[in-house]
Design a protein around this ligand. Sequence first.
Ligand code: NDP
Ligand code: GDP
Length: 339
Amino acid sequence: MKKALITGNRGQDGAYLSRLLLSKGYVVYGADRAGDSGLWRLRELGIEGQVKDVCLDILELSNIMDVMDRVHPDEVYNFAAQSFVQTSFEQPILTAEINGVGVARMLEAIRKTCPAARFFQASTAELFGRAGEKPLTEGIAFYPKSPYSVAKLYGHWITVNYREAYGLHASCGILFNHESPLRGEEFVTRKITSAAARIKKGLQEKVQVGNLDARRDWGFAEEYVEGIWRILQQPEAGDYVLATGETHSVREFIEAAFLAAGFKLEWSGRAEGEKGLDVMTGKALVEVSKEFYRQSEVDFLSGDASKAKAELGWVPKVKFAELVSIMVKADIKRLEVKR
Ligand code: NDP
Ligand code: GDP
């Protein structure tokens, strides 16, 4: 039986990957910080208690070395991150320690204790930042635009460097945004689907958001962890873009989510005064607030995952409208079960 160790196991991707690996017969070690944040995800997936808990903070090298020495994993998936872009503007140093230097700590621990282990690093489409409005693929120059992505840039290159310098089987997935009912509510998709569900149930009046016109390539997380697993099964380590190739604006996401909850919206006003009105009642269900604008924005992301298709046979099937509908339905169902 193969042993996999997943850092950030109780986050969105960690939970889905745990379920996938358990179904493949792996022994899964969930390496998380102390506390029970995120346990709800494992519970929702019905795998609570099936993952072996190990206490690991990516800030602490000796802790990581001890864990690696004890577990001796065959595969290591590094999902641990301060993963919210907005928070990285408020906590740039901590973000660098976790998302950047943390990756070096992981690699150093592997090199010293279990160099045969395969390592996956969760890199991000945010690395491309200001690359422009074109399909983004491996080899296009990075131009990160937030402390989050600057830190992830270090994490990306240190992984490539350990592969080249020490021969570690270390790969990066350059992951475009991927969402699900397990996404944190600080991210715009889940914030919107959760609000649309609560408004439908009369538990909330409206939702405030920031930039409506940013465009993202949103896929379904459950399919992305399959791609991530396939990356580590390759005989040679390498870097792969995982993306759907479709791009939609935040505005389109809002329209689709509210429609899935039973509200048709029309837009009124401009810039910070813009509102999404319920066509039936004229009530403002969505408002724009400066509070949610970014200091420095990535306006456009759309990925080209041809390499993943050709080498991994990975092709995402869940398209935008289905993704939105899955998320809204799940949020409505949660509220109905709670009552
Ligand atoms: P989540 O935010 O859901 O999960 C991140 C996990 O990292 C949480 O479990 C968190 O634990 C843990 N973590 C944070 N700090 C530390 C630390 N110091 N030591 C150990 N663990 C820590 O992210 P996702 O599952 O969505 O993403 C997985 C990875 O993929 C992340 O690295 C993210 O940056 C990257 N990525 C994700 C994309 C997406 O669209 N989802 C796109 C591109 C990249 P806690 O609950 O204790 O804070
Ligand atoms: P990101 O792509 O990793 O930054 O994922 P997010 O879901 O946090 O943000 C996606 C895009 O939505 C960014 O361009 C944000 O500026 C935009 N956005 C607009 N309103 C909001 C909001 O209220 N919350 C968040 N998180 N993002 C918002």
